[in-house]
Each structure stands twice: as C-alpha cells, then as structure tokens.
Design a protein around this ligand. Sequence first.
Ligand code: 13P
Length: 260
Amino acid sequence: MTGERRPLISGNWKMNHNHFEAIQAVQKLSYLLSANDYDAVDVSVHPPFTDMRSVQTVLQSDEIPVALGAQDCHWEAAGAFTGEVAPAMLAKLDVSLVIVGHSERRQLFGETDEVVNKKVKAVLAAGMTPIMCCGETLEEREAGTTEARVAGQVRAGLAGVPPEQVASLVVAYEPIWAIGTGRVATPEDAQAVCLGIRQVVRDDSGNAAADSVRIQYGGSVKPVSAPDLMRQPDIDGALVGGASLDPEEFARIIAYRLVG
Ligand code: 13P
C-alpha cells in the first residue's frame, strides 16, 4: 500500500447464505469489527441478490459502516432480460460496489471482455464502483503468458472509460488457479502482476489514474496469508471468497495490519 489509496477488503459470498444467514453474518461481523478497523480499511460484503434488501436494512438500521456490494449486474437500464438485475436497482438499495467479470462469470457463464466492458460502464453510469476482475488460468501461468493475458483483460475491460473514472474504480487480480483451491499466489508473484496492472493503467489512462486505482488480490486469501499480501506496494486490498463466509475469519483478515 502506498500513497492515498485506502485498503478495500471485500467479501464475495458467491452463491452462499440465504437471507437469514446473511443477516446473522453481517451482525456477527459488526460485533467483531471496531472503529479502528473502519478507520484503517474499507470493508464490503457481496451477498446474493436475494439477501440484499435484508442486509441493507441491517447495515442501515445498526449504522454499520460496511459497504454493500453486488456480485454482478446487467448492463442495460431496463427491459426484457429475464433473470437479470439492472444497475439502478442495485444503486437504489445503497449498493456501492459491483463485482464485474469474475472468472466464474467468464468461465461458467460465457462473459466476454466486451460484456465486462459494458458492465463496467453501466455500473459507473449508475454512480457505483466496479470491482473489475482479471486473472490467468494455470495453463496460461505455466506458458508464461500471465502478464499478457491480464493486461489484455484490463485493457479491454476499461476501454473507453475516462481516466477520472478509472481512478475511482477497483481492479481485482484473481489468478484462477488460486480461487477456492487453497493455493494462494506468493506475495511476490501477486505483487508483480498487480504492478503490471498498474502499468497498463498508467500507459492507457495516465499517472493520476494509475496512482489512484485500487488493486485487490483474490484467491484463497486467509488470515494467515493476508498480512504479507497486503504489505505489497501495489496490492491495495483483498477480494475474499470462502474465508468471508465465516465472520470470524473475515474479521481476522480485515485486521491484517495488526499481525507482525
Ligand atoms: P476464494 O477466496 O474462496 O479462493 O475465492 C476467491 C474469489 O473468487 C473471490 O472473488
């Protein structure tokens, strides 16, 4: 972490927790977090759509300074798109962050870079912040094409986004081989790719955007691995899957700065 970038630790719950479980999870998390945590770190939770209204009500009524996030959305404002959710519907629920282009969306649901780019723009247009995901497969890493793959995803995903908006958004580097596998990238490897992402932003959107854009690492982040990852100069946060489902584990990740 360098400069003015505030760390952002986000919990991507994926397709886990019904709305009762979600309420319990955020309440438990709020008991575990302190003013010191909120002073030092931005925190967000990204529940499934069905939980969102319940979680919003708890965060609001208990004045819990955890940001509400979504895991995806459609790019159109409204219309005949069965099963989809529009950005403005999320904004109305006080959602402030939307994950876009998660590798599971890309691999399992056929999302292309072009779709990711449309979603990034739609999220920004609705006044929310995209967390745009990128990351290589194991084959790409072994073939030595990680940097090119990730650079291509970042370039395509952010194409046509004005530099001042790029400055405000979040890029999540999530190597696919590290997601849900327990196999975390080494801090050095993660730092190298995150530096590369910042360089792509520098080349395409200028120094101000590159110095402000926040870059998260995601992929088997646990309380034990978070401190060394977060110490890297170009890693500004974490996108946490499995470990964010357990409030105690997630709170320990958020308290990474108290370790060592
Ligand atoms: P895990 O932390 O379970 O590996 O998931 C990472 C992830 O995909 C977050 O978006």
